[in-house]
Design a protein around this ligand. Structure first.
Ligand code: ASC
Length: 152
């Protein structure tokens, strides 16, 4: 009787363990896709703001402000895209160094949020020179993190 129970448990485990491992991997992959989606929105707004700054005739203060505000919102959404423990078996451009330098990485996430905030404030001030400067600071923040933590 006991022997039979053990056999059942082993039999079930053969199916359930790979199933739960697959579920976990798929949730981890969904999280990667979530953050990539956020990054894509940020890249889109960044490119549209860049066009406006490069060509005066395209500059629209209201549209610029809307995009700068959205950049702040997106930056706030980034931390949720990175689990504290590095998942295995996911397709990602995130380097393992993120998890080896977790505090530094968190600081970089804070930095992009605060630089985006600076851009939104500059946009509200209407001062073109400070907008350009704040925009450059956002770009440097993106780049600083990518150079260190993104596979190219
Ligand atoms: C983008 C994008 C980045 C930044 C960075 C700015 O549009 O995808 O990573 O701008 O290139 O320096």
């Amino acid at each position: 009787m006991l022997e039979q129970q053990r056999r059942w448990i082993l039999y079930l485990a053969c199916f359930l363990l790979p199933y739960s491992a697959t579920q976990a991997a798929s949730e981890a992959q969904d999280q990667v896709e979530y953050r990539e989606g956020v990054f894509h929105v940020m890249a889109w707004d960044f490119s549209q703001m860049k066009r406006m700054l490069e060509d005066e005739s395209r500059y629209n203060a209201e549209d610029f402000q809307r995009r700068a505000n959205r950049l702040v919102d997106m930056a706030k959404m980034l931390p949720e895209g990175f689990p504290e423990t590095r998942p295995k078996r996911v397709k990602t451009d995130a380097k393992k160094q993120i998890w080896e330098n977790w505090d530094d990485f968190q600081q970089k996430l804070n930095d992009i949020e605060s630089k985006a905030g600076g851009l939104a404030e500059a946009a509200a001030s209407g001062n073109k020179e400070s907008v350009t400067k704040a925009f450059g600071a956002v770009g440097n923040s993106c780049k600083g993190c990518h150079d260190k933590y993104r596979k190219d």
